[in-house]
Design a protein around this ligand. Sequence first.
Ligand code: FAD
Ligand code: FES
Length: 267
Amino acid sequence: MQLETATILEHRDYGAGYRLLRLAAPQIAPQVQPGQFVHLRVPRLEGCVLRRPFSVYKAADGVLEVLYKAIGRGTAVLGAALAGEKISALGPLGHGFPLDLPAGRVPVLVAGGYGMAALYLLAKRLPLTGVVFVGGRSAPDILCVEEFEKLGWKVRIATEDGSRGVCGLVTGPLEAWLAEGRGQGMPEFFACGPNGLLEVVGQRALAGDWRAWLSVDRHMCCGVGACLTCVVKLKDSDGAWVWARSCKEGPVFECRQIHWDRAEEEA
Ligand SMILES: Cc1cc2nc3c(=O)[nH]c(=O)nc-3n(C[C@H](O)[C@H](O)[C@H](O)COP(=O)(O)OP(=O)(O)OC[C@H]3O[C@@H](n4cnc5c(N)ncnc54)[C@H](O)[C@@H]3O)c2cc1C
Ligand code: FES
């Protein structure tokens, strides 16, 4: 983990309310593993010392890229940062996705929202290609498809309004693919997106006795394991539950570890 003063190289609209932020971060970038995140201090965010967590979309040659959507005050103010400005970055943080797949596995990526950006580095670094399922409300919400295809991945799309791919939830094309024979191998799932999507992927993996690596999204304050704002419930070996810090022990957990508590998630 490094604390680095990064320089903004590029900051532009990416479409569908997303912005692409490219940072010169020569200390952090070479260390990033897929699924890890950086904790950025938003320049000129008056009266707020807390950083904001973002998954690393790309990391190469000393440069980090983040793809983010403005959803609140921090990300709105971040949107005004200009190329050439400095930004304090802490990272890489957390435990990401495993890259060593057992023989005979087919990697299956499932994404919603910024999940496509969070899974791109994984697709790039896994030793074999597979299939990506991506869902969104409407066509513009579907990010990075061409980039996955350039890496040789098959991409299956679902939109709730039917404006791109299959009409409905991403689980529709996923179930169809599983029923068709799932690419002649045993699926190994990797997912990033809303909690509902993670839960469905986790349940599907459990039903098939497959593994699913899920990147959970929790509010984070410190990002380094000190404040406990980001805790998730994990099952312990006796079937009871224990707290784990998603910034430190996660954000990626195997679905068997997670203790889903729907009532609490929806509260
Ligand atoms: C490990 C991790 C990786 C992430 N990667 C990305 C990414 O690559 N791209 C991206 O666009 N976003 C990503 N996020 C989400 C991003 O951190 C939040 O959107 C951001 O912190 C919101 O800050 P804000 O000040 O704009 O919003 P706030 O003003 O703090 O909040 C606005 C609204 O969003 C809710 N909110 C804030 N943070 C979260 C959160 N983490 N999860 C769910 N709801 C939240 C608040 O409750 C509030 O309703 C990631 C989050 C985590 C934990
Ligand atoms: S964000 Fe502080 S412990 Fe995880």
